[in-house]
Structures are given as structure tokens and as C-alpha cells.
Design a protein around this ligand. Structure first.
Ligand code: SF4
Length: 351
């Protein structure tokens, strides 16, 4: 099956099997009628970052009844929004939600910007959410890649590189398949395929529209993808750290007394895990709502794992709870954080 055949097959399957979700337009409608409202798409994607469709749907409907537009949400009382959010997990996401709504009201006259790049400038909008809003609400040919799409790509193309190192390759493979004539439908088709058919432990290949094109299926053991690092090698872990700079100092945290680098100073960031952090975890770990710049990654080898640390940098004031370290004292940091801080400061013009 060539790429066009694969796209057509997946879109036809989506046309017949799309999940009916409160924030969705039926397949094809986004192309004919008005596109889905960007506020609806954004709100649903933020809610779904760490919970299931079933759990998020009533919250979504309550939010829309109470705050029917992004401007209404922007004008809401902080405490009321926090209370309405209770049960959806990380409050950092609710704070980001409000900050983003207010930025849309104040900077864009209450209308979400349409491009992925402009969406990324909004507080709390990471690469996945920006791409999803651009594709679904504005029919931009964005490459929308979450864990489900990564799994589908790893299987379709039988990618042998294990996660998380395979991420750039999987993203590139997904980019090569984006259906530019209906990017919103395409993004949602892949989401649905990953969520309902190409499931992590039990892919339902006989029901899959990509079955005849799928290299993992042809291998006879599709559940073996995405590949994981073999246990007997030093495993890979991935995380994200933040270098927040203000007036010649950077924000640091004292690490918990027990565990790796216990009691030492460190940079704020996510946990270090085999899968690497998701977008919600990254947002929750950010020390401030700022436009974070990705300045690349640093590698560090510990005795029992190899760490890839993505470094995000910004200038501005942290929220409460951070110590400030003079840039002239970076040597106080353990070497893994020193590498990350030097990388960031080198890129944003510091030490
Ligand atoms: Fe996933 Fe099976 Fe479909 Fe391949 S054929 S994409 S493994 S469900």
C-alpha cells in the first residue's frame, strides 16, 4: 500500500468508526462546514492530558456551560476555576488554563491565533497541544504526535530504535503521513486508531485499516513495538529541566534528602523515567508560566542508567519556593545540572 492508499484507508476507517466526543465535529464536517471552535479543542486537549475521555467529558460540559467562551473563562474568578477543576489533577494545569485564556483575551482579542508557532507562544501550550489546536480547529497541516501516535508509527514502520531515543524518528515518520487536505480529521483518526485499535498490549490488527501496510503486523508479533531498551544494558531515562534566569541568577531547588543526588542543589524539572515526561508533567514542573525555549539536550551517564535531559530556558521571575543561585556559583551544582545550566546560559547569552 502506498502512502496515499494508507491515508485513504485510515480516513475511511475514521469516517465509519470515529469516537463520538462532546468536543468533536463528525468526520469530514470540519472540511465542509465551520471548523470546531478552537476554545473547545484547546479545553478538551488540556483536560485530556492526564485523564480519560470518560472522566474528562462531564468536566468539559460543565466548563462550557459556565464559561461558554474563552473570554468568559479569562474573566472568571481564579478560585471558581480552581474549584471547578478539582478532580482533574494537577492544579498547575488549571493555572495555565487561566493564564492562557487571559493571554488570548488580552493579546488576541479573544480569538486563538491560528498557527502552531503563534499558539506555542501562549502560556502552557506545549508542542502537542499547539499542533492539535492548529490541525483540528484551523485545519493547519500540523504533525500531532502523542504517545498513541508514536506507538502506531513504531508498529507501522517496525522501528527498531527503542524509546525514548526513537522519538525524533517517530515524529519524522508521522510528519511524512500528515494528510494536508484534512489535517484535523487526520490527527483525530490517528488518535482514535491508537486509542481503540492499536492498543499497547493487545493491538486489534484484524480490525485495523493499516493491517496490510503494517510492518509489525507482518512480523507476527506487533505488540513487541515500540521497542524498549533491553534490561541487561544500562537503560535510558529522559527528563526535562528548566533554567530560569533573572538578573544574573538562576532558580534552583534543594533535592529531597534521600535518593539520587539527595540533599544537593538541582534545577527544577520533571522526574527521570524510561518513557520520558509527557506534556502535562512538563507543564506542571515549570517554575513559572513563561514562553520556554528549547535549547537542546545534555547527556549524562550514571552508574545504573543513561540520562538524556532536555533543557528549557527562559528569563523571568519564578513562582514562590525557589532558591536563587548566582551564575558565578554554578560550580555548586552537581555536574549533570551544571551541564544543563551551561548549555542554557550559553544559548541565551549568559555565563
Ligand atoms: Fe497497530 Fe496492528 Fe494496525 Fe499495525 S496492524 S497499526 S500493529 S493495530
Amino acid at each position: 500500500m502506498d502512502i496515499e492508499g494508507l491515508q485513504r484507508s485510515i480516513l475511511d476507517w475514521y469516517g465509519a468508526n470515529a469516537r463520538s466526543l462532546p468536543w468533536r465535529r463528525p468526520p469530514g464536517e470540519g472540511r465542509k462546514g465551520p471548523a470546531p471552535d478552537a476554545y473547545h479543542v484547546w479545553l478538551s486537549e488540556v483536560m485530556l492530558q492526564q485523564t480519560t475521555v470518560v472522566h474528562a467529558a462531564p468536566y468539559y460540559e460543565r466548563f462550557l456551560r459556565r464559561w461558554p467562551t474563552v473570554t468568559a473563562l479569562a474573566d472568571a474568578d481564579d478560585g471558581e476555576v480552581m474549584a471547578a477543576w478539582a478532580g482533574l489533577g494537577y492544579y498547575a494545569r488549571a493555572r495555565n488554563l487561566l493564564a492562557c485564556a487571559r493571554a488570548v483575551r488580552d493579546r488576541f482579542d479573544g480569538r486563538f491565533p491560528e498557527t502552531e508557532a503563534a499558539l506555542r507562544e501562549l502560556p502552557g501550550l506545549g508542542p502537542y497541544t499547539a499542533a492539535a489546536v492548529a490541525a483540528i480547529a484551523f485545519n493547519r497541516p500540523s504533525n500531532v504526535v502523542d504517545g498513541n501516535v508514536e506507538r502506531v508509527m513504531a508498529r507501522l514502520f517496525a522501528v527498531e530504535t527503542p524509546l525514548p531515543a526513537a522519538r525524533p524518528e517517530l515524529r519524522e515518520l508521522a510528519a511524512g503521513l500528515v494528510f494536508a487536505a484534512a489535517p484535523g480529521d487526520w490527527a483525530q483518526a490517528l488518535m482514535d486508531l491508537g486509542a481503540t485499535v492499536c492498543r499497547p498490549r493487545s493491538p486489534q490488527c484484524p480490525r485495523c485499516p493499516a493491517e496490510t501496510a503494517c510492518a509489525a503486523r507482518l512480523s507476527g508479533a506487533p505488540e513487541g513495538w515500540p521497542r524498549k531498551t533491553p534490561r541487561n544494558l544500562r537503560p535510558d531515562r529522559a527528563g526535562v529541566v528548566f533554567v530560569l534566569r533573572v538578573k544574573g541568577r538562576i532558580a534552583v531547588v534543594r533535592r529531597p534528602p534521600r535518593g539520587l543526588l539527595g540533599g544537593m542543589l538541582g534545577l527544577p524539572g520533571t522526574a527521570w523515567t524510561a518513557e520520558g515526561p509527557g506534556e502535562a508533567e512538563i507543564l506542571a514542573a515549570a517554575p513559572a508560566n513563561l514562553a520556554w525555549r528549547d535549547v537542546g539536550a545534555v547527556e549524562h551517564v550514571f552508574t545504573h542508567f543513561r540520562l538524556t535531559l532536555r533543557v528549557l530556558a527562559a528569563e523571568g521571575d519564578p513562582e514562590a519556593g525557589f532558591e536563587m543561585l548566582e551564575e558565578t556559583s554554578l560550580g555548586d551544582l552537581p555536574s549533570v545540572f551544571l551541564k544543563a545550566a551551561r548549555r542554557a546560559l550559553g544559548m541565551i547569552g549568559g555565563a
